[in-house]
Design a protein around this ligand. Sequence first.
Ligand code: C2O
Ligand code: CU
Length: 459
Amino acid sequence: HGTASDAALPAADSLGLARGLPLSSLSRLQNHGGAGHLVGQLAAAPVQLPLLPGKPATTFWAYNGQIPGPAIVAWEGDEVRLQFTNQLSQPSTIHWHGMPVPAEQDGNPHDPVLPGQQRTYHFELAAGSAASYWYHPHPHGHTAQQAYMGLAGVFVVKSRHDPLAHLPEQWLVLSDLKLDAQGQIAANSAADQHDGREGQFVLVNGGWQPVIALAEGERQRWRIWNASSARILKLALPAHEVDLVGTDGGLIAVPRRIDTLLLSPGERAEIVITGRFAAGKASALQALPYQRGKAMGKEQGDILTLATIKRSGSKATAELPATLRPIAALGAPAVKRVVNFSENMADPSAMFLINGKKFDMNRVDFSGKVGQVEEWDIVSQAHMDHPFHIHGTQFQVLARTDDGVWQDEAFLAWRDVVNIPAGETVRLRFVQQRPGLRMFHCHILEHEDAGMMATLDVR
Ligand code: C2O
Ligand code: CU
């Protein structure tokens, strides 16, 4: 922040971004398939949006011309067929982040869709898979750029037995926008490649500071996605009561009252917010400063207001259920592995490493078995935080170190992203239910592109 090119930019509220848009304004993917079938088309292509007054329009890359891409909503049990057309000038894929789809439908870097080509992704949504997922490109070496140019969208799978179905929902897709002085999306600087890119603006659903109406005493269910390439968001709603009710893989067993919510890149959460317009406390969704590494210098920026909340009278809504859904702990592991995250700042061509190695498309790092419980210790020897993500399944965090001291995880949850703070270790368990190559990587997308990724071959 505060560089010469930043200084040339107008404040966010004078950009041509939709301001205060209703969160329900995310456009939906039209379902052409009839009951039990979700059929649709997604095309990735450049699109021009007027952002800066008196300057040429800003070029984004978008799915179906929309930022974020159309929201896909389907039900457990649905069969999904989505035809993807790549109208970019570089290879792309669509990765169904967090979804338990077959490896060959996962849009991983092994299956690029070349410029001008099409492919259809086809999978079924398993029973019990209801959750807030998302989709984004995953071609080798181009993922960060394609994501920060605008290619991302949400994919919500619903259950017919949803204990929170009675609550009104708000969906918030948080992303970063970094512009150059001409109002075009800035290329990554060397510092962005290294630290992960953070923009001058944090967008909500592609717009700027939405206004959410909430009554005193009213309960709303919010689904929140961190779709930024590198920004770790420490979210707070100071005036209101907030209960965590879901993580990446859907509802947790029991609501948990929280003060702040740490959401790393790629991660999602569901919260229930109860309107309490406490005097003297900010009635807004805020991002608090977060220090994402011991050697990263001062905490990033100030408190950001992401959404404002307007009081709309008083309303008592239904109680929050005491239990949401059962989650069984995974059993004793058949395999234990150590996954080491490190940085080699002396080598710009291999800076971000997993078990001392840079990603290689032709290398299998681990071999696993379908149905087998794996226990992984993700050990950070890095000086900055790196969020761990694995494809194909959800995991349970068992324990983590805090300043090197092990702490059992306080509650069971299904996740597919977990932040690994600099110098700490996170222990997790998972089962892969289908064979194939599964990527695991840092979800700071600049690091993933730089090779902080590896492959688990499940047989
Ligand atoms: Cu959201 Cu391998 O990525
Ligand atoms: Cu990283």
